[in-house]
Write a protein that binds this ligand. Structure first.
Ligand SMILES: Cc1cc2nc3c(=O)[nH]c(=O)nc-3n(C[C@H](O)[C@H](O)[C@H](O)COP(=O)(O)OP(=O)(O)OC[C@H]3O[C@@H](n4cnc5c(N)ncnc54)[C@H](O)[C@@H]3O)c2cc1C
Length: 395
């Protein structure tokens, strides 16, 4: 079936073309292939490339992966559990500890989250999608040529292949922050003034306790550290308004402000070790609509706020499942106004609302006085703190 006329280059058609093979794109692809839809997934990354991420997958993400039927293949890839959160303010203020586990009486099957390297996670999901029948093109760069009422046209570039033209009834933008599909679709997009970066350093001397997520707060942003298979993995969010915009300068600045941090990453940031940074941004990224007549957005592409609560992948997985369900429920042609509106409604209820809470938490943390007040109050009323952490970070 040809959805659009194409001209020039080798051509093929499909029902759904997905740009981006992160958790969002792969989950939609997997779910649609399972119900017999004709899906092509295009991802530009080389097979084993990491991403800017803290590698923490919370219990809610595990519930969702179980619901999607992929958890069994993912769990063996985990490199540890995330059981505790330690929040550290600058200076020698006592730190704040909280459990990252669900209430012991919770009926949900997963009580704590896991640590999962992104190269492993993303690749595993892509393989599951491929096994379910998705045509995967990776590494391949997709350029959106046109979007019309009846479908979209993509130009695909792959190493050692002629340029291909792919015509699809529905184009899904799962291409992350700054989404090309969103910009091409003509929705209003806005991006903020923050950027993220992540890195790995060998664990030497003082290190991060296994099972504990260390969050170092600062006026320019925050840095999360975890112990991952004997290495320290770090992920940070920083404001580009800060005079020291360069990531290494920011990390050095942070080592001065946090006495314990120097002994964990000091060698790496002072240049004795080589530090490879993976960056992303600008953040936040917002779009005014998540669907149109021939397109839909999911995951970060549909809007991303802050990484503090470590649930971006949960939003991506959940969004992917909601979108696949909306497509599955639509009769006849795979996409229409009704299905789009249903997806937008569910997306607002389940994903946008949680992003709002995350924005609020990050807003408090970025204001030193509010931050100190919140930390002091949490120390005085530990039960309120535990409830709050469970509600915001775990449930
Ligand atoms: C500092 C930081 C720390 C974070 N820590 C955590 C955490 O601990 N836990 C958590 O759950 N979330 C975390 N996140 C958020 C999380 O990384 C994202 O929300 C998640 O990756 C979103 O998944 P996605 O599938 O929407 O997009 P992505 O994972 O970004 O995938 C997009 C894909 O699109 C592909 N692509 C883009 N353009 C094209 C193109 N033109 N052609 C082909 N392919 C294309 C890219 O190669 C990429 O694979 C963090 C974010 C930051 C910034």
């Amino acid at each position: 079936m040809s959805y659009l006329l194409y001209c020039g280059g080798m051509g093929s058609t499909c029902e759904v073309a997905i740009v981006g093979g992160g958790p969002a794109g792969s989950i939609v692809a997997f779910r649609l292939a399972q119900i017999g839809r004709d899906v092509v997934l295009v991802d530009k990354g080389p097979a084993h490339r990491g991403k800017c991420c803290g590698h923490c997958l919370n219990p809610r993400a595990l519930d969702l992966l179980q619901q999607a039927g992929v958890l069994e293949s993912i769990m063996p890839l985990a490199s540890g559990r995330t059981e505790r959160l330690r929040v550290l303010e600058p200076g020698s203020t006592p730190h704040l500890e909280a459990s990252l586990s669900r209430h012991p009486r919770s009926r949900q099957s997963h009580h704590s989250g896991i640590l999962l390297r992104r190269d492993r996670f993303d690749q595993a999901l892509i393989e599951l999608a491929r096994e379910a029948g998705v045509r995967v093109m990776k590494p391949a760069n997709a350029r959106l040529e046109s979007l019309q009422e009846r479908g979209g046209l993509l130009r695909i570039r792959r190493p050692d292949h002629d340029e291909e033209v792919l015509s699809a009834r529905l184009v899904i933008g799962a291409d992350g922050v700054g989404s090309q599909v969103a910009r091409h679709a003509g929705v209003r997009t806005t991006s903020g003034r923050k950027f993220g970066f992540s890195f790995d350093v060998p664990a030497t001397g003082d290190t991060v306790e296994p099972g504990t997520v260390h969050m170092y707060l600062d006026d320019w942003g925050y840095l999360g550290l975890v112990n991952e298979e004997g290495r320290v993995h770090g992920a940070a969010l920083a404001s580009s308004r800060h005079p020291q915009r360069e990531p290494m300068a920011l990390l050095r600045h942070m080592c001065h402000r946090h006495p314990g941090l120097e002994s964990i990453i000091g060698d790496a940031v002072s240049g004795h070790d080589e530090l490879e940074l993976i960056g992303t941004g600008p953040i936040p990224w917002r779009v005014t609509s998540v669907y149109g007549p021939s397109w839909a957005l999911v995951g970060d592409a549909a809007g991303y706020v802050e990484p503090f609560t470590g649930e971006g992948m949960t939003w991506a997985i959940h969004g992917g499942m909601l979108l696949a369900d909306a497509i599955a429920q639509s009769s006849g042609a795979s996409w229409g106004a009704e299905a789009g509106a249903r997806y937008a409604r569910l997306y607002r209820t389940h994903v946008r609302s949680r992003q709002g809470t995350c924005r609020l938490v990050s807003g408090i943390l970025s204001r030193p006085r509010l931050r100190s007040f919140a930390c002091r109050t949490s120390r005085t009323f530990p039960m309120i703190k535990d409830r709050f952490v469970r509600k915001v970070l775990v449930s």
